[in-house]
Ligand binder design. Structure first.
Ligand code: PHE
Length: 362
């Protein structure tokens, strides 16, 4: 009996040690400790033994069961570790990529032109201001001297939001960057000079080769004492010469009408024809590039300034149009198609930051 137990013990421990996998190990467990198992069978014999015999054999059989159970547990843990190691080794993912396989991104012409504008105007002492694209009717129209019944509202093809209960304000997508004039004045508190440009997205319900429902404008605003049309003209001339990088830029200010400026002027830039193409510079023909004027008294007042003491000028200009004129694109819709070929062709290197000394033309 004793030697039988010893045999069984060494056989089982050797098999457990040699078990090749978790399934084989489970089969061994059933073989030893299952309902019909060898050790289970031995435990059952204890009942038929004399008390003396049981006292001798009991601890042996229980000891065998414990040793086998411990060996099974240990082997199971080490097989599981091996299985995990094998899985980890086979499931690696190489996160590194060769550098030249990653296509370089490019800066969109609109972003490039915005950077150029900020650089040029920073040199003239203008800060960059911003305002929300989801605007209320008051900032977009009323405060800009466009009351409810004004026909200019109809001209703007505005995207309105459905009215919300409990909110008296009519919300809309701003149709121009001019509401930033009002926001900047109100934030300044009515007692200090202002010089800002406000580039950003604007929206009108319009779509063809030269109009997209979303487009970009840049607003300019100067508020100070003793500001005249002369300051406006000099500023625009200086800006356009720097932007187009030519000294032969000729401006023509045409009397016009905007509710928020008085007097108002539309600004044309002269072009010449080179190889059948229009090029900015010279004065063979005129191209309209921006709207401008002296800030209306009512607008200065809505901005919290005293119009008897403070004057100013403002201008607004399509950024997409500026980009088209400078870099020679002819379809505005391509700007927003997200076509990588177009971006590769017209985009700018991210390292090509516009600076006045380096030439803002990139
Ligand atoms: N907001 C005008 C437009 O969108 C442009 C403008 C701005 C005109 C400032 C005059 C002064 O057409």
């Amino acid at each position: 009996m004793t030697t039988d137990l010893e045999h069984l013990r060494s056989d089982l421990l050797a098999s457990i040690d040699a078990a090749s996998g978790l399934d084989a190990l489970e089969a061994l467990r059933v073989h030893a400790l299952g309902k019909q198992g060898a050790i289970t069978g031995l435990l059952k014999t204890l009942g038929g033994m004399s008390p003396e015999e049981r006292q001798e054999q009991g601890p042996r059989i229980h000891g065998l069961r414990e040793a086998v159970t411990a060996a099974l547990t240990e082997r199971k843990a080490s097989l599981e570790r091996l299985a995990l190691d094998a899985r980890l080794a086979s499931e690696t993912l190489d996160m590194t990529l060769p550098v030249d396989a990653v296509p370089a991104g490019s800066v969109h012409p609109v972003s490039q032109v915005m950077d150029e504008l900020a650089e040029i105007f920073a040199d003239l002492g203008f800060a960059v201001a911003t305002g929300p694209e989801i605007e209320d009717d008051w900032h977009n129209f009323t405060a800009l001297n466009i009351p409810e019944t004004h026909p200019a509202r109809a001209m703007h093809d505005t995207f309105y939001f459905p009215e919300t209960e409990g909110d008296a304000r009519k919300m809309l997508l701003r149709t121009h960057t001019s509401p930033v004039q009002i926001r900047t004045m109100l934030a300044a508190g009515g007692d200090k000079p202002i010089r800002i440009i406000a580039p950003g997205r604007t929206y009108r319900s319009d779509s063809d080769a030269t109009h997209t429902p979303m487009f970009h404008q840049v607003e300019g605003l100067v508020i100070d004492k003793g500001i005249t049309l002369g300051h406006l003209k000099w500023t625009l001339e200086t800006f356009l010469k720097a932007f187009f990088e030519r000294d032969d830029i000729v401006l023509r200010l045409r009397p016009s009408y905007f509710p928020f400026t008085e007097p108002s002027a539309e600004v044309d830039v002269g072009f010449s024809v080179v190889n059948g193409k229009r090029v900015i510079g010279g004065s063979e023909g005129w191209m309209e590039v921006l709207g401008s004027g002296m800030v209306h008294r009512k607008v200065i007042e809505a901005g919290g300034y005293d119009p008897d003491q403070w004057q100013g000028f403002a201008f607004g200009c399509g950024i997409d149009r500026l980009a088209m004129l400078k870099y020679g694109m002819d379809d505005l819709r391509a700007f927003f198609d997200g076509d990588l070929r177009w971006l590769r062709h017209y985009g700018f290197s991210a390292l090509d930051v516009p600076t006045l000394s380096g030439g803002v033309g990139a």
